[in-house]
Structure formats: structure tokens, C-alpha cells
Design a binder for this molecule. Sequence first.
Ligand code: GUN
Ligand code: ZN
Length: 435
Amino acid sequence: MRALRGRLLWFVADPHDAGEAAHRYVEDGLVVIEGGVIRSVGEATALLATLPLDTEIVDHRPHLIMPGFIDAHLHMPQTQVIASYGAQLMDWLNRYTFVEEQKLAQQGHPEKLVTFLLDELLANGTTTAVIYCSVHPQSAEALFRESQRRNTRMVAGKVMMDRNAPDALTDTAESGYEDSKALIERWHGNGRQLYAISPRFAVTSTPEQMTAAGRLAAEHPDCHVQTHINENRAEIAFANELYPEPGDYAGIYQHFGLLGPKSLLGHCIHMTDREWRCFAETGTVAVFCPTSNLFLGSGLFDWARARAEGVPVAVATDIGGGTSYSMLRTMSEAYKVLQLQGQSLSAFAALHAITLGNAKALKLDHLIGSLEPGLEADLVVLDPKAQRAMAHRLETARDLAEELFVLVTLGDDRNVVATYVMGERVVSPSFSGDA
Ligand code: GUN
Ligand code: ZN
């Protein structure tokens, strides 16, 4: 048995609905872990008296202990695409992304990127991510193998794309179906690994492939579906030109049976009234990717509208359109995106979004996303004073809400003291510039 002592913060509801009652904060708290699972949580002094004498106590005071962060959308093959200059979506895909993604066919390259990605996510306190791999089945195989080795809970899938991309990056309706199915059978529910059926977007799939993706989703209703929608005006025009019948972009995915509560639709920036209603009626999740939407000049996600329509929202980095692996950084940019629309985002709402909020949006809140007993012990330990400018600023912080707002606004991987996966501390390789 192991117990972590520190300032505990987690959520039991959405601060938007429940206000102050949405979070739990224990100034001197203890998380007791047994078999990788949270056994009890509460006041340290009371709990310490109940523990067996041989319990290992890890003292993280005065640092914050939170549930590990969850990233709802990123691209493993784009870790060497991040920070590519001067293009909007379609141009950026052709000039940078499709060039790098072809390298995943090379022996050893998926493994190299996967190792980097999981190191980087864990160094940022992200313990679960929903991940696009490349079109090559071996890219998903490499991701799952490495995630399994580290015992992390990852959701991932091989991208399906059979047109409007270089030949070397296309599968077929048939092979995309067969390869995805084989990966599902091998990896979905294997240890902590979960599969996401991943047609890239309507632009790169023929109707035959969309039909095949819909069939996979119907055959595997417990798998997630992930794709992109309404990110960029040129993309939207192209999608509607390729699929004139359904009348709008959401209608395309709806027609092929790809919308539903386990469907994660990246971006959702330029949505029509009907599309919002369609998302609400099907329970489809809108995934907000603030750093990517700003970097690619795509537009501003309207979170208030999603909430008003009853559409669930998840938040994500969207590496490599996105520019940071940090979910704290991501929420700092989310705050700015909302500010530009006269909306706001409290620190509590931001920290809820990257923990319980994303867990709920992914329908994984029975496993991860909080510190409630019975959940998997994926945790992040944070030092809000780890950066000089933050320690300086915090001299004037008057309460927890202010301290957390500084953490969300200025924080990143430098504030991550430790990350735990199923109760085990993860050692991040220290980075020293030239390797
Ligand atoms: N739409 C289709 N593919 C992609 C991608 O890789 N990144 C982003 N941001 N949008 C996409
Ligand atoms: Zn994406």
C-alpha cells in the first residue's frame, strides 16, 4: 500500500453547474493507493491512523495532487510537424503533415515517435490521451505496445484515408476496415488500451470508406469514433462539394452512422444551427483545440453556444496543429479564445475540463478523472511556484481560486513535480538539449 500526502484537488461535478460544490480541496490530504487503484482519500491526520504500519508514505507537501490530465485529441505522427510556419489547414496538411506522416512507413520511426510522445505527455502530467496514429497499422501497433508497457490508459486508432492524400498515405475502404478491425480485436480492452475508429475527415474518405467506418462503429459500439469537422472554411467547402447530398458537414457523418455519444469531433468552429442541434440530439462530443485553432488561424470555438445547445465538450492539444503538449497551456489559450467572444473560464472550470470534464466526455469517468475511491490512480503533482515569475506573482494571491488561476495561466511542464500511472511514479528522462 502507498499513500501520497499533499494538497488534494479534484472535481465531483462541473463548476458551471455546481459552483463551489463542484470541487473538493483538502489542504493536508492523503490519497491511499492499493493495487494501482485509489482506496481512500481524505484528511491526512485522520487517514494516517487507519493505515497498516508498512504503508509507504510519499510526502508531496506543499504541492498539489490532482487527477492526471486528459487530452482528448492529438496526432502522434505530428510531433515533428508542430511549429510549422505559415499555412492554414489544407495547405498545412499538404505541405507539412502529409510529408511527415509518410515517414511512419519506415522501420523504427513509429517507435521513435511513440516513445517521445508518451515521455512528453507524462512529463506534462497527461496520463490519458485520445490519439490519431498514421494510416499505417504498425503506427497504432507501436503506440499500443508502448502504452501497454507503461500501463497507461490510451485511446488510439489507425487513421483511415483513401483519397485526397499522397498515394503512400492512403488505404482502401476494404483494407482500412480490415486493418482497423484487426487492431480492435488485438488491442481494444487489452489491459488499459482502448480503440478509436479514426476516419481522418470526410475530405480524405470516399463514401465507400465512410460506409466501412460506419459499419465498424456499429459492430463495435464500445469503441470511440474520432474525426474532424468545421475547422476551416476551405475544408468545409471541399467536404460539402464531395458530399452534396446531406446538406451540411455534420450531416455527412450522421448519414454514415458516425455520430453518437462516443464520437469525438475535433474543432466544431463554424457550426450551423442545424449542426449544433444534430450534435445535441446524437450526444456527439465537440472537441475544443484552442492552441491549434489559433495557430492555424481556424477560428474561435464557441463554448457558451455548445453549453446552451447541450453539446458535450472535451478539450485537447491537437498536436501538431496545436503548439503545446501542456493541458495547462492549452487552457490558458482556451481562456483567451473565450475572452475574444466575451466569455470566461475560471481556474476551477479549466481544471475540471482537463480532468473530470474530459473523463466524462470520453465516458471514462468510471475509471479516471478524479480522486474518488475505486478509480485508477493516475495522478499529477503540481508545484504552482516552480517558475520564478509564478512564485513572484503568487506573493499577492489571496485565495485558492487566485492561486489556481495563476497556475492555469502561466503553468506548463515546469510545474509538474511528478506523474503517477496506476499508483507508480513515472520517471521522465531529463532533457539536456543536444542528445
Ligand atoms: N483535419 C484533418 N486532418 C487534420 C489534422 O491532422 N490536423 C488538423 N488540425 N485538422 C485536420
Ligand atoms: Zn486533429
